[in-house]
Every structure is written in structure tokens, then in C-alpha cells.
Ligand binder design. Structure first.
Ligand SMILES: [Mg+2]
Length: 319
């Protein structure tokens, strides 16, 4: 059955949240420990029998989606306000991120705070983990896709590798959102053509050559964007027709499991739609004020704004 565009928007946001929430259970564990505990993806998923709660990855994604749904573009001031408005420090924010958001809250120079904690700019995966709404919203506008992914990174991540990581996740989400059929070679060819650095070009080339889940670990499982963005993309490309395999295989790598599964889940959900997320997982996602129902309605709101943008663009083109 064909997946509608609205289902892709919902699938991406919910796919991200479920991946984040499940991965959050296993953050910072070693792959060896996880392999002893679980025989594979199925046993990992069967392990969950209670409510799962998302972390900072989803919370910051909500902020980004709210700004896009309201204003149709990322403006730095609105984005910072949305980060502050959504901020719950106990959701697993790193120390640097907490300091930067608290500086935003106090009206201080948050960029100065960021460069104090991350000299030269952060090249962590914090911009990539939250960028999926940009990929959805600008899936058929490459120039805006890349520029808005960059804008969404800047308040916290000014290092080129942090920004590029965000652009690549946005691009992966955009690719699967605009195409019904997943063409692996074409997907990697396009992503590699967008790379600005040799580092990402090499990593994505290696990702494109991976044939088994055992090879995924070689791409990395760390908090640096370069050590996680290609891994998430590769996991999706290995199991494009299975949401559970896509997120399960990166969670079993250990390390930064919540962010790996958030990024991989956002791509997989955009490709397969919300109905492809196993009920067993989606049904356990928290029903807090900004939980499952809110995420579904936020995705629909983002989709309506997208349609409005499309209509305005076609009027612009005709006049
Ligand atoms: Mg997290």
C-alpha cells in the first residue's frame, strides 16, 4: 500500500522518538555487553514491556518542528526560544548543551558559551539528531534543505563537521520522503555528491559498500557527528524495509545508542510511514503532554505548512 506524504512526516517524527526512547535505555553500554544480553533485534525489542521515554534528541526535534510549522523557516531567534521553551534538563542533555541553552534562557551570549565549551565549535551529533523536520519540510528544495539544515545547527554547532552531519541527515530524510522506491546506489551517490569534506566523503563511501550488520560497527558509535551520522545512514540502507532492524542494529552497537537510533529511525520512518513502526514499540511511547499524540499532531501541522508553502511556490512560479 502506498505511503502518503503525511504518513511519512508522522513516521519520521515518531520513528525518531521511538528510536531515541528505546536507544536511551541502552546509552553508553558496550556492544559486547549488549551482545551477551540480547540474541538480536527481536530480543532487544521484546525486552521492552513498559513505557519508554524520549531524551533531548526528540525534545530538540520538537522545538525545530514547532518553528517550521509556525513560521515556515528556521530563524535563529525563534529556534533558540523554542529550545528554551521545551527544555527539560533531565532529558539527558550533555553538560555543554545545558550551559548553552541556559545562556539562551538568560539572554546571554550563547555562542560565546558554546565556543567556551567547544573551542572551534562543536562537531558532536547534536545538530544532526534534531534536523529531521528540515529534511521533511524541504524535501524537494535542495538549496533550502542545505541552508536550513545549516541554520538549524548554528546556535549550538558551528564546526563544519557538525553542520555537515546535520545536512547529511536532512538530505537522507529528504531523499526517502520524495521517493516511493528506495534506490540504494542512487541514494548514496546523491549524499556523497553533497559532501563538502573528505572525511564525510570517505565515511559515506565506506557506508555505501557495507553488506552486513557486522560491518556497521566499523563506522563508529560515538557522539561525534562523523562517528555516528554515516552509521545511522548505513543502518537504514542495510534494512530499508524494516524499521525495527534499522534502529535495533544501531542500538546493539552500544555507545551513543539514543542518538544513533533517533537519526536512523527518522530516516526509516520517513521512508516507511508511521504504520511501519511496530505497535509494540509505538504503543509504549510516553503519552506525556508532548508525547505520542502531540508528536502525531505536530507532524500533521508541519505537513499542512509544507502544503501551504508548496501552493505559494506554485503561485510565485505562475506570476
Ligand atoms: Mg539523548
Amino acid at each position: 500500500m502506498a505511503v502518503s506524504l503525511e504518513q511519512r512526516f508522522q513516521g519520521s517524527l515518531l520513528g525518531l522518538a521511538v528510536g531515541d526512547a528505546l536507544g536511551g535505555r541502552f546509552e553508553a553500554q558496550s556492544a559486547e555487553h549488549l551482545r551477551q544480553r540480547f540474541s538480536g533485534v527481536e530480543s532487544l525489542i521484546n525486552y521492552v514491556t513498559d513505557e519508554i521515554w524520549y531524551t533531548d534528541d526528540t525534545q530538540m526535534t520538537i522545538a525545530l518542528a514547532e518553528v517550521l510549522a509556525d513560521q515556515g523557516e528556521i530563524l535563529e531567534e525563534s529556534l533558540c526560544a523554542a529550545f528554551v521553551g521545551n527544555y527539560v534538563p533531565s532529558r539527558g542533555y550533555g553538560r555543554g548543551a545545558r550551559m548553552v541553552i541556559e545562556a539562551m534562557e538568560e539572554g546571554e551570549d550563547y555562542r560565546a558559551v558554546a565556543s567556551k565549551y567547544f573551542p572551534g565549535g562543536s562537531y558532536g551529533n547534536g545538530a544532526a539528531m534534531r534536523v529531521a523536520p528540515v529534511g521533511l519540510f524541504f524535501h524537494n528544495d535542495e538549496a533550502m534543505l542545505l541552508e536550513q539544515a545549516r541554520q538549524s545547527a548554528l546556535p549550538t554547532h558551528v564546526h563544519p563537521l557538525g553542520i555537515e552531519g546535520a545536512q547529511l541527515i536532512a538530505a537522507a530524510v529528504a531523499y526517502v520522503t520524495r521517493s516511493d522506491e528506495f534506490k540504494r546506489d542512487d541514494f548514496f551517490r546523491w549524499l556523497i555528491s553533497l559532501c563538502q569534506s573528505e572525511e564525510y566523503r570517505e565515511k559515506l563511501t565506506a557506508a555505501s559498500e557495507i553488506k552486513s550488520t557486522e560491518q556497521l560497527a566499523g563506522l563508529g558509535n560515538g557522539i561525534e557527528a562523523l562517528e555516528s551520522v554515516p552509521t545511522a545512514i548505513a543502518s537504514f540502507a542495510l534494512s530499508p524495509e524494516s524499521y525495527a532492524e534499522t534502529i535495533g542494529n544501531v542500538i546493539l552497537l552500544g555507545g551513543d545508542a539514543d542518538t544513533l537510533a533517533a537519526m536512523a529511525g527518522a530516516i526509516s520512518g520517513a521512508h516507511l510511514g508511521v504504520d511501519a513502526i511496530p505497535k509494540q514499540l509505538l504503543g509504549r511511547l510516553e503519552e506525556s503532554p508532548k508525547g505520542k499524540s502531540y508528536l502525531l499532531s505536530l507532524a500533521s501541522r508541519l505537513f499542512l505548512k509544507y502544503q501551504l508553502r508548496l501552493a505559494n511556490r506554485s503561485i510565485d512560479e505562475r506570476t
